[in-house]
Design a protein around this ligand. Structure first.
Ligand code: C2E
Ligand code: CA
Ligand code: CA
Ligand code: CA
Length: 274
């Protein structure tokens, strides 16, 4: 029985070991990635529904690993949040995104902020300095935060959000509808925008629950005077649907996949013609 037990144990052990090793290696490589210029940003268009007009781009981080190739942010950002590397990486993202946006015509850049960045000191100073350094008007920067950022220490976080807003930047509540979604966040802090998680948009065709959720968030936004962006719109049918639900903006492959900084100008021209 002993031998069998051991055998059964070893059956799944190597897999777990392999996973831990791979994560460990990734964490090791992540430590040098910033210095070695392995990061770049891509930009995804955001479109206002009423006028079909391009209003801005969301900056999304990409890591080109020297041997693994592109590693998904869904894989490396949790690691960077755990070991604190997200703070210097997030600073690089913010400064780089602001610098890029300064060369665009009058459209915004949206930058994701990790909850960990809220717990680190100096976030407001960093945003102020990134804007000044790039010469970007604060109105052209939008910061995307998730509910997780508001979970703990909410007094302090709400204070920081107010300071950021006082600078003139806009603040969005990202991935709304998943996780700990609480309507009280919307009362505690005046967000400029709610972004409806793409898991709902992607299932509009088959799930009456998703339809109800998108509708409810859109009307909530309309009552509160808050913009509502439907994320992950890929098809004409989804576009028509979120429009009908009352969402005010969309982001998704239908209007454009994230593109490198060099292609932003072309994307702006293409979307003007739509
Ligand atoms: P997010 O902030 O919700 O970003 C939207 C994600 O949805 C992006 O994935 C984007 O490429 C993807 N997406 C957009 N439209 C569509 C669509 O029509 N269909 C599908 N299937 N996907 C679509 P990405 O770039 O892989 O980023 C994943 C997540 O990683 C982001 O989710 C965000 O939470 C995080 N992330 C990315 N860049 C940064 C960053 O600079 N800082 C931080 N803290 N997090 C970041
Ligand atoms: Ca986002
Ligand atoms: Ca999102
Ligand atoms: Ca998401």
């Amino acid at each position: 029985a002993k031998a069998r037990g051991r055998g059964a144990y070893q059956l799944f052990e190597p897999e777990m070991e392999e996973e831990a090793r791979s994560r460990h290696a990734l964490e090791h490589d992540l430590r040098g990635a910033l210095e070695s210029n392995q990061f770049h940003l891509v930009f995804q268009p955001q479109v206002r529904l009423a006028s079909s007009e391009l209003t801005g781009f969301e900056a999304l981080l990409r890591w080109k690993h020297p041997s693994r190739g592109l590693v998904s942010p869904a894989e490396f950002i949790p690691i960077a949040e755990e070991n604190g590397l997200i703070v210097p990486i997030g600073e690089w993202v913010l400064r780089t995104a602001c610098a890029s946006a300064a060369s665009w015509p009058d459209v915004t850049v949206a930058v994701n902020l990790s909850p960990v960045q809220f717990r680190s000191r100096g976030l407001v100073t960093l945003v102020t300095s990134a804007l000044a350094e790039a010469g970007l008007p604060p109105q052209r920067l939008e910061l995307e935060v998730t509910e997780t950022a508001l979970l703990d220490d909410s007094e302090a976080t709400i204070g920081i959000l107010h300071q950021l807003r006082a600078l003139g930047v806009r603040v969005s509540l990202d991935d709304f509808g998943v996780g700990y979604s609480s309507l009280s966040y919307l009362r505690k802090f005046p967000f400029d925008r709610i972004k409806i998680d793409r898991s709902f948009v992607g299932t509009l065709g088959e799930s009456p629950e998703s339809v109800a959720i998108v509708r409810t968030i859109a009307s909530l936004g309309s009552v509160l005077g808050v913009e509502t962006t439907a994320e992950g719109v890929e098809t004409e049918a989804q576009l028509a649907f979120v429009r009908e639900c009352g969402c005010t903006a969309v982001q998704g492959y239908y209007f454009g996949k994230p593109c490198p900084a060099a292609d932003v100008g072309r994307t702006i021209e293409t979307l003007k013609a739509v």
